[in-house]
Design a protein around this ligand. Structure first.
Ligand code: DX5
Ligand code: ZN
Length: 216
């Protein structure tokens, strides 16, 4: 059983004071920092490139969990790895040959994650469970922060958690989108061990309390 990791998403941070905002969530008890990378092509939104992570990672040492929402995950994943990512996740939907992306990213000495949007069956991740460090079940459609948690998510998480346990793997099981104290509980009960939260952490007046609430 993996220990619980809370990964606040900087998509909801104040980008004019990004380093301070990241320090605040680390001081508040977050284990990871989630970095949403959108290319305006795979999803209709643009966020940030490797240069931003490079500056941030130098200023604020942390475990950087990069969620790639881009059409060319190997190319950009390599660049984010060099910029300081500790883990790079990419969408199954974005890769013609997921195995070659996994192998290519491994050469960069980063952990690797594989993501599915709500339109994909969790079983589609089964062939890769022993080849990645983490699988991410999106509980909203990738692209924007602040969306509502999809009610079919706990069932999807349960399916993956059971398979991971059945095969005695240590693969992490992450959920991203609409996570707050209530939905955190729903997915943890089903076996999720890594939780991304943007709005509910950065939007809170007391971020440490918001992070604690995700563990309660
Ligand atoms: C959505 C992103 C999420 C998002 C989460 O595409 O992958 O990480 O920022 O934000 P909240 O917690 O506000 O749903
Ligand atoms: Zn994300």
């Amino acid at each position: 059983m993996n220990s619980l990791a809370i990964a606040p998403s900087i998509l909801s941070a104040d980008f004019s004071r990004l380093a301070d905002d990241v320090r605040s969530v680390l001081a508040g008890g977050a284990e990871w920092v989630h970095v949403d990378v959108m290319d305006g092509h795979f999803v209709p939104n643009l966020t940030l490139g490797p240069v931003v992570l490079e500056g941030l990672a130098k200023a604020v040492p942390a475990f950087y969990d990069v969620h790639l929402m881009v059409t060319d995950p190997l190319e950009y994943g390599k660049r984010f790895a060099k910029a300081g990512a500790n883990l790079v996740s990419f969408h199954l939907e974005a890769a013609m040959d997921p195995s070659s992306v996994i192998d290519g990213l491994r050469k960069e000495n980063v952990q690797v994650g594989l993501v599915i949007n709500p339109g994909r069956a969790p079983e589609e991740l089964f062939p890769y469970l022993d080849r990645v460090d983490l699988v991410l079940v999106m509980s909203v459609w990738a692209g924007f922060g602040g969306q509502s948690f999809r009610e079919d998510t706990p069932r999807r998480v349960e399916s993956l958690a059971k398979e991971i346990a059945r095969r005695n793997l240590s693969t992490r099981l992450q959920v991203d989108g609409g996570i707050n104290a209530k939905t955190s509980r729903q997915v943890r009960d089903m076996g999720a061990d890594t939780l991304v939260a943007g709005t509910s952490v950065f939007g809170a007046s007391d971020r440490a309390a918001a992070i604690a609430a995700l563990r309660a």
